[in-house]
Each structure stands twice: as structure tokens, then as C-alpha cells.
Design a protein around this ligand. Structure first.
Ligand code: ADP
Ligand code: 5GP
Length: 205
């Protein structure tokens, strides 16, 4: 009876979301990672179509007009959005769909697909640790890092909106917790499926 389910991961940039997904990817079964579209420039090592679809502002705005996004938001001065089509397909195929999106995106997904959505907020143990990791990643200019830290101070306040909090102290422990959350997310049923199940359950007497 299970169709697809959604797992939203949010947390400040540099929280370790990509690291944790990679570390746990062999243990969470088949899933579809939603590749977002963004107008920000690729970082060194990032690939178009693997990390993001990197597009111009004009192209992004055309997609907004065409209704191609399940959700989109402006984060750190750039557009980021989730395309509807591949997500719909993955859900129809019964997959767990994982989103790495910001707190605004989480609210929009909740508003549209609450009944199949589970969410986790991922954060380093302290603001200081976040700062250290952003600098150690050395993928962003100083001004970008300062902006991300400023945003993180606002984002952390949304932690209570999420089903789970994962504190990324060590990657091993955070990945272990993430596996548990992903397994729980798979068990979430849509209201429609629950109603079908109840009808079948009652009919089979
Ligand atoms: P996000 O995807 O949330 O932006 P990343 O996965 O890119 O974050 O992690 C940010 C940086 O922190 C990377 O350089 C990563 O190697 C490092 N990192 C992630 N988790 C830990 C951890 N538990 N301890 C130390 N460094 C970490
Ligand atoms: P980064 O530039 O570090 O890759 O991402 C910056 C922020 O944008 C992160 O908080 C990330 O979760 C968020 N983000 C990435 N893709 C999307 C998306 O499609 N929609 C929304 N709302 N946020 C996104």
C-alpha cells in the first residue's frame, strides 16, 4: 500500500546535510534526491545536473511563471527551487524523495504535501562549530561566509517546526540518526492510502 514519501532536510549552509546523506546513502534503501535549480554560481567541484541545475535568473523566472516549481525561495540573495515533475514521478514510483531545502521551502512543502512529509533539522552543535566548518570547507568567499552565518542565526529559530533535530557532532552518529529518520519517513502514509487501507481492512472480514 505504501506509495512514495518525502523527507525534508534543512539546516544552515555548512551544517553537514550533504555529508550526512552521503555517509548514510547505502543504508537507507532506494531513494531519489531532489536536485534543486539555483541561480547561484557553482562552487569549485560542483557539477551541473549532479549538485544543482545552475541557471540564469531569467530562466528561473520563466520556470516560476510556467508553474514548474513545487516550491521556490530566495536564499542568501539567490533563487533556489524544487522542480515538480521529477518529484511527482519518484513519488509515483514509490520512492523516498529527499529534499535539501531551506526553512521557507519546508513550510511550502508542508502546506502542499503535509501528509506524506517527514522533516529533520540538521545543525552543528554550536554557531562556532558552524563557522569553523564553513571556513574549513573553503568553498566560499569571506563575504559569503559572513552572510551564511548571519542567515543561520535566523534559521536555527525554525528548528521547532521540524519533526526531528539531528545534531551533527560526529558524522558517524549523525548518519546513524539520519538512517532512523529516513526509515520512519518511509512509513508515513498519505491520508488517501490510509482511507483505502481502512476500507480494505473492513471489507475483508
Ligand atoms: P551542507 O550540505 O549542509 O551545506 P556540508 O555537508 O557541505 O554541509 O558540510 C560542510 C563542511 O563541514 C564540509 O567541509 C564537511 O566536510 C564538514 N563537516 C560535515 N560534518 C562534519 C562533522 N561532523 N565534523 C566536522 N566537519 C564536518
Ligand atoms: P547552498 O548554496 O549552500 O547549496 O544552499 C543554500 C541554502 O539553500 C540551503 O539552506 C539549502 O537547503 C537551500 N536550498 C537548496 N535548494 C533549495 C530549494 O530547491 N528550495 C529551497 N527553498 N531551498 C533550497
Amino acid at each position: 500500500m505504501q506509495k512514495g514519501a518525502i523527507l525534508v532536510l534543512s539546516g544552515p549552509s555548512g551544517a553537514g546535510k550533504s555529508t550526512i546523506i552521503n555517509a548514510a546513502s547505502d543504508e537507507i534503501g532506494e531513494y531519489y534526491f531532489s536536485i534543486s535549480t539555483t541561480t547561484r554560481a557553482p562552487r569549485v567541484g560542483e557539477e551541473n545536473g549532479r549538485d544543482y541545475f545552475f541557471v540564469s535568473k531569467e530562466s528561473f523566472e520563466e520556470d516560476i511563471k510556467a508553474g514548474n516549481f513545487l516550491e521556490y525561495a530566495q536564499v542568501h540573495g539567490n533563487y533556489y527551487g524544487t522542480s515538480l515533475k521529477p518529484v511527482r514521478k519518484a513519488l509515483e514510483e514509490g520512492k523516498l524523495v529527499i529534499f535539501d531545502i531551506d526553512v521557507q521551502g519546508h513550510r511550502l512543502v508542508r502546506a502542499k504535501m503535509d501528509d506524506i512529509t517527514t522533516s529533520a533539522f540538521i545543525t552543528p552543535p554550536t554557531l562556532k562549530a558552524l563557522e569553523t566548518r564553513l571556513r574549513a570547507r573553503s568553498t566560499d568567499d569571506e563575504s559569503v561566509i559572513v552572510n551564511r552565518i548571519k542567515n543561520a542565526k535566523g534559521e536555527i529559530k525554525a528548528l521547532g517546526e521540524y519533526d526531528f533535530t539531528i545534531i551533527n557532532d560526529t558524522v558517524e552518529e549523525a548518519a546513524r540518526q539520519f538512517v532512523i529518520v529516513a526509515k520512519a519517513a518511509r512509513l508515513k502514509q498519505s491520508e488517501e492510502d490510509e482511507e483505502k487501507f481502512i476500507a480494505q481492512w473492513l471489507a475483508n472480514n
